[in-house]
Structures are given as structure tokens and as C-alpha cells.
Design a protein around this ligand. Structure first.
Ligand code: THU
Length: 128
């Protein structure tokens, strides 16, 4: 799948963000080995620690639908260029990595997809 398209889906998902506390919407879209995509957005909570990030919400959406292996994930935050995933989300992604790893797609300052990898963003990731 074209990474522009994956980023567009992440953008669209950010419109559904529930982020009344931070006012920082984020959207994500995972591309699975099956070729299917699943969107996610951040869902905050009045008990702040219960907040779920957009990336994990997309991954949970995929897993619930019987998927297991992530090929790529696009992340978009309208208020920040290169909205990079938090450490917890990097570890959660890593647990569902495909045999070829995971491409992590961020939007660069020109609005173009910028490709990183899970091995670049999570060196020596824990793997049980
Ligand atoms: N957030 C994400 O959804 N993904 C990230 O990679 C960084 C942070 C959310 C969590 C919270 O709702 C808001 O952004 C501010 O931290």
C-alpha cells in the first residue's frame, strides 16, 4: 500500500480523537500482513493514566479483528510535524512486528510521508 494513503487514513482517524484534556489529537493507521488496515485515535480519560494512545488503539483494533503482524503504521498529529510514537507504543508495536520489521510513517515538514523503522526507533527492543 502507498504510504501517502496510509497517512491519509491516520489523518482522518485523528478527527475522531477524544482529547479534551490535552487538546492534542492523534490518529494512526496500521497496515497488517493481510493487506488490511485498521485505524485508531487517542482516547483520553478523566483518570489521566487510563488514556490510550492512537497507535495502541489502532493495534488493538487490528488484534480484535484476528490480525497479528504489523507491516507498517502511519501516525499523524495535526499540531505537530513528525508526531513520533511514545516509548510504550513502540514496545507494543514491536510485540506484533512482522518478520520484516515495521515501517513507521510520520509526516515531514512538507506534508510528505517519512519512513522510519521499528529497529531505528526501538533499538534492542525487549522480546520475550
Ligand atoms: N499521544 C498519542 O496518541 N500518541 C503518541 O505517540 C503521543 C501521545 C496522545 C496521548 C494523549 O492523549 C495526547 O497525545 C497527549 O499526550
Amino acid at each position: 500500500m502507498d504510504y501517502n494513503e496510509l497517512l491519509e487514513k491516520a489523518k482522518k482517524a485523528s478527527e475522531n480523537s477524544y482529547s479534551p484534556y490535552s487538546n492534542f489529537p492523534v490518529g494512526a493507521c496500521v497496515l497488517m500482513e493481510s493487506g488490511k488496515t485498521y485505524i485508531g485515535t487517542n482516547v483520553e480519560n478523566s483518570s489521566f493514566g487510563a488514556t490510550i494512545c492512537a497507535e495502541r488503539s489502532a493495534i488493538v483494533n487490528a488484534i480484535v479483528n484476528g490480525e497479528r503482524k504489523i507491516v507498517a503504521i502511519a501516525i499523524y498529529g495535526p499540531k505537530m510535524k513528525r508526531c513520533a510514537p511514545c516509548g510504550v507504543c513502540r514496545q507494543v508495536m514491536n510485540d506484533f512486528r512482522s518478520d520484516k520489521g515495521i515501517d513507521i510513517i510520520l509526516e515531514d515538514e512538507n506534508g510528505q510521508p517519512e519512513v522510519h523503522t521499528i529497529d531505528e526507533l526501538l533499538p534492542l527492543g525487549f522480546d520475550l
